[in-house]
Write a protein that binds this ligand. Structure first.
Ligand code: NAD
Length: 357
């Protein structure tokens, strides 16, 4: 039975990197007879330009009817002055919340070929393999009330609400426990329970579930310490689970440990296994249109899509092996380039992965 993938290239480098990931998917489809079908839509600034809103209801509905979504990135200076409610990022928040994509999985893997590209010493990061599980549809990014109000003295005051209910904590914790179970069996829950009541509850709920996963060793860490430990001794971590805002920040820090944000895929899943797959990075307006962006994070996101939403592990393995192969051959986009390697463009990197398949 054919599987339908909605492709949303977005803005900036989005169309460049997604084109390469699509070519890789087409190649693996041809090789393994997966029966993939593609549909394309607009999100972010591109959608604002054509329809006035960052994600139309029609596109959202069409995406929901596909088996998975592959997204590039959204945003850019062209749309920065727009009202907050119709900014490109709103399209992303809308698709995540309306499709119930509450679990964001971000692997931070240091490819041995890239140990020198990390900003940390090779011995601290080599062999790094962390999975950050971030809650994506709740917490302070969505809590109400929110806004900027004018106080009696005429001064403006900004406010947001940090809120998590038990069920939201429980389902993301279960995702993380299950993931830890399939990996090295260690889970670190990150909170700020010494200051924030919402994360006191977070810790309580995670603790409550622990007896159901006796094979997983659970620990807790305050977010400030977690940030420090990530750059001090990152290999101590296996799976980390945390809320939306802390996860946003920690996963970017973990990204840099691996040398380039251009290497990191992500998956955002709902309760049915439907997922949105996208690179961890943004639309990189500073390099858009130059053909130098690294397409590997998006290609690896496509591999995650085959594994987590389409049940095609073999095809996912093939893509990951092909990525290893091109790195072994010394091909590097500018962001991961080191002396002695061969610098390639976005399209050359994509073509090399297709060839390696
Ligand atoms: P960014 O991730 O786009 O870029 C940060 C730096 O990393 C830049 O120097 C960029 O050139 C580089 N970079 C990113 N991806 C790369 C790749 N594949 N290959 C090589 N280099 C790469 O973050 P930013 O500059 O803070 O944000 C730019 C725009 O992207 C903003 O409009 C922001 O709102 C948006 N954004 C979107 C998403 C998303 O769509 N999920 C995420 C973050 C930021």
């Amino acid at each position: 039975m054919s599987k339908k993938i909605m492709i949303l290239p977005g803005d900036g480098i989005g169309p460049e990197i997604v084109a390469q990931a699509k070519a890789v998917l087409e190649a693996v489809d041809k090789k393994s007879g997966l029966g993939l079908a593609f549909e394309e839509g607009e999100i972010g600034g591109a959608a604002i330009d054509s329809s006035g809103e960052p994600l139309t209801e029609e596109t959202l509905e069409a995406a929901g009817q596909c088996d998975a979504v592959l997204l590039g990135a959204v945003g850019g200076p062209k749309w920065d002055q727009l009202d907050r409610d119709i900014r490109p990022e709103r399209g992303l928040l809308k698709i995540r919340s309306r499709l119930g994509l509450y679990a964001n999985l971000r692997p931070a893997i240091l490819y041995p070929q890239l140990a020198d590209a990390s900003s940390l010493k090779a011995e601290i990061v080599s062999g790094l393999d962390i999975l950050i599980v971030r809650e994506l549809t709740g917490g302070i990014y969505f809590g109400e009330p929110r806004g900027i109000r004018v106080l009696a003295n005429g001064e403006q005051q900004g406010f947001n609400t940090y809120v998590y209910s038990e069920y939201e904590i429980e389902r993301i914790a279960r995702t993380a426990f299950e993931a830890a179970r399939k990996r090295r069996g260690r889970l670190c829950s990150v909170d700020k329970a010494n200051v924030l009541e919402v994360t006191v509850l977070w810790r309580e709920v995670v603790e409550r579930l622990a007896p159901e996963y006796p094979d997983v060793e659970l620990s807790h860490m305050y977010v400030d310490n977690a940030a420090m430990q990530l750059v001090r001794a990152p290999k101590q971590f296996d799976v980390m689970v945390t809320g939306n805002m802390f996860g946003d920040i920690l996963s970017d820090a973990a990204a840099m440990l691996t040398g380039s944000i251009g290497m990191l895929p992500s998956a955002s899943l709902n309760e049915t296994g439907f997922g949105l797959y996208e690179p961890c990075h943004g639309s990189a307006p500073d390099i858009a249109g130059q053909g130098v962006a690294n397409p590997l994070a998006t290609i690896l996101s496509a591999a995650m899509m085959l594994r987590y939403s389409l049940d095609m592990d073999g095809a996912a393995d093939l893509i990951e092996q092909a990525v290893h192969k091109v790195l072994d051959e010394g091909l590097r986009t500018a962001d991961i380039f080191t002396q002695g390697c061969r610098k390639v463009t976005t399209a050359e990197m994509g073509a090399a992965v297709v060839n390696a398949l």
